[in-house]
Write a protein that binds this ligand. Sequence first.
Ligand SMILES: [Zn+2]
Length: 315
Amino acid sequence: MGSVVLSLDAELAWGFHDHADLPDERVSSARESWLRLLELFDEFDVPATWAVVGHLMLDDCDGDHRDHPTEDGWFDRDPGTWERRDEEWYGSKLVDAIEGADADHEVGSHTFSHVEFGHTTREIAAAEMREAVEIAEDRGLTVDSVVFPRNYVGHRDVLAAYGVKSYRGVQPRRWYDRGLLGSAAKLLGWPTGLVSPTLVTPEVDEYGLVNIPASLYLFCFEGRARSLVEGVTGDPVVTMAKRGIDRAASEEGVFHMWLHPNNLTDDRDFDRMRAILSHLAEVRDRTPLKVQTMGEIAADLKDDEPLPREPIGPR
Ligand SMILES: [Zn+2]
């Protein structure tokens, strides 16, 4: 038997601050969705891994990040205020809510300010990890798991140096992830027999980090196409997620689903999550299937011996 992992990229406005325009609907609904998701996870007693942007762990800041080596302008949208005033840029209370939930969630990191690690310097990556780890430690948290912004994997040695134990790797690409044939498969509701969900195998990489690749992005099929299909075959993402959960209950491997709280902007998005979580809880309760956090998967795979920690640069 295998296990199921759910990870979330928790970022509010920081997920888009380097874009010309912020997607208003996603940003403005993100806090409420974050809290409603926590309620859903509690209802089904499902723990998740919340990869939180470090800046969100603050309840205020002065907007002055000049000692951070990112290029000029990177923090221009940071209002330099406090959470009640600009709640899209600070999330200290939301992190409190994760920690206060009944489900045993893990708080991981999504870097300090959502820098794409695949496209940045080692110096910037180190500063991002240093600040993220320090802010987490100020709250009494450790950063064991990281989700890379926009899934651009990079500077893994820096993660290892800061004591990180696991990261979410890139989802193995399947034929149905691309092209016309892939779109057709989704439109047909991912027909059984043709489309099998991806179970992944966590592996220790050359830096001693456990790579837990993604299996399924839960908001990979949206917009008009989704509306069209939902009316005919039901929500294809729910179909695929249930199939992945069933497979993990009978085979070795990990079924790793992921999403952003800001993906949920509509009631039908919560219906999707409720359908998936209720199936997950039902299968977990009657089979040996485990629901685990990224940190638990890493701990299972590695010895208890802690990694040597060599912080880069001043603290
Ligand atoms: Zn700031």
